[in-house]
Design a protein. Structure first.
Length: 132
């Protein structure tokens, strides 16, 4: 007899929806980063080849990363993507750093939700779970 009770799998796969949310947040973040181009052009020093290339690469990487949310390393990569966004804010315009900090808060909340769902699965508290 084990020390912790075993439970059946949840009725629906909670991680399928979690992967979809992660992908959607990355796409939304890529859109918001893309919308910083006019901000840099108007309020900053203008869009230079460096700032344009930097922001463009960030957008492309986020879009590509959104398709890889089933991988085990995707959540740390999503969190890690906030570092270059914040660095871009330091290099080009502070509003980009604000976007990075806001999305960093979103990703920290997503990590909290993931841990909460993992705990609920372990305790058998999700709908459709029954003791074995």
């Amino acid at each position: 007899m084990s020390a912790t009770p075993e439970f059946s799998a949840p009725a629906t796969d909670p991680w399928k929806g979690f992967r979809g949310i992660n992908a959607a947040v990355l796409i939304l973040e890529a859109i918001v980063i893309g919308l910083t181009f006019p901000v840099v052009a108007t309020l900053g020093d203008g869009v230079t080849w460096a700032s344009g290339l930097y922001l463009g690469i960030l957008c492309v990487v986020m879009i590509l990363l959104s398709g890889m949310q089933g991988r085990s390393w995707s959540l740390p990569a999503n969190l890690g993507m906030q570092v270059p966004v914040i660095i871009g804010g330091v290099l080009f315009h502070w509003s980009i750093a604000v976007v990075g900090v806001v999305f960093l808060c979103v990703w920290v909340y997503i990590v909290y939700i993931k841990r909460d769902v993992q705990r609920r699965i372990a305790r058998g508290m999700l709908p459709g779970q029954h003791p074995l």
